[in-house]
Design a binder for this molecule. Structure first.
Ligand code: HPA
Length: 277
């Protein structure tokens, strides 16, 4: 063994599925819960949902789980929680996300999703804070993700793994959300690499190619979740209108503020949806 620390996913002979199985075993040992039914990644603005979904059975720092890194972002808690819903379902809450723009490679970006699948979760709920392209949308509004366009020029799939992405953001699960809030709008999420926000010209491009939401996460995670056989529900909180759609410059502070203001409402919505899944 060399003295230099190598991340378990970066080792030359690493198998991402095996690392995820190890992580799931860590979660089972540290939480005392050996199986989860649903997993939820909480992005900016969605943090409070965990408290409304059910009883927190255990909370552990993500850094104690194999392959998880410290969150690079304020607004992400870095905690993993095991929650028991009133209906008796086990929900794994992932408050730590590794973004593609951190430059650690796509394996680390999707490790939490693969770990969720290895804990037994059959449904993956992905949430994020994002920019809105539709002028009728306003900061603080939650929207369902109906499909995505992946502009990262990357994929979490390795080798000749040809995975179908039709109905990636399950119409069945969107139907469950719409039954709770029929006012929910939906749109196509466009993942850019970031971490810079888009230029107004890039936002116009995203619009022209069929996008409605711009962000820096989720699409790669959704692909990995589909590969792992999970059903996916995606929610974006519109924290701002995208560059050039709003005439003021974008700031991370504005994004966080919109998230904080919307948090109670969207968290309650998410908790209701999860209760029906
Ligand atoms: N673009 C990309 N990511 C974002 C945005 C945006 O406008 N707002 C919040 N995350």
């Amino acid at each position: 063994m060399s003295d230099t620390y190598t991340h378990p996913l970066d080792a030359p002979d690493a198998d991402p599925t095996q690392v995820a199985e190890q992580a799931a075993a860590d979660i089972a040992r540290l939480t005392g819960v050996d199986h989860h039914d649903i997993a939820v990644t909480l992005g900016s603005g969605w943090g409070r949902a965990a408290d409304l979904i059910g009883e927190t059975v255990a909370e552990i720092p993500a850094t104690e789980v194999t392959g998880f890194s410290k969150p690079a972002l304020s607004g992400h808690t870095g905690a993993i929680k095991s929650i028991l819903t009133p209906a008796g379902k086990r929900v794994l809450i992932i408050g730590a996300r590794t973004h593609f723009y951190e430059g650690h490679g796509v394996r680390r970006v999707v490790h939490s999703v693969r770990t969720a699948a290895a804990t037994g979760a059959k449904i993956m709920v992905l949430t994020n804070g994002a920019g809105g392209i539709r002028e009728t949308w306003h900061p603080g509004q939650p929207v369902l993700i109906s499909d995505h366009i992946n502009l990262t020029a990357s994929s979490p799939l390795e080798g000749a793994t040809f995975v179908d992405l039709t109905d990636l953001y399950s119409s069945r699960l969107r139907g469950v959300a719409l039954a709770i809030d029929p006012e929910l709008d939906e749109g196509v999420y466009v993942q850019f690499r970031g971490p810079h926000y888009e230029t107004p010209a890039e936002v116009q491009m995203a619009k022209t190619i069929g996008g409605h939401i711009v962000g820096m996460s989720t699409a790669l995670e959704a692909i990995a979740a589909r590969e792992a056989g999970m059903e996916i529900l995606g929610f974006s909180l519109i924290t701002n209108l995208a560059a050039g759609i709003q005439d003021t410059p974008l700031s991370h502070a504005e994004v966080l503020e919109a998230g904080q203001e919307a948090e109670p409402v969207i968290s309650a919505l998410l908790a209701k949806v999860i209760d029906r899944l």
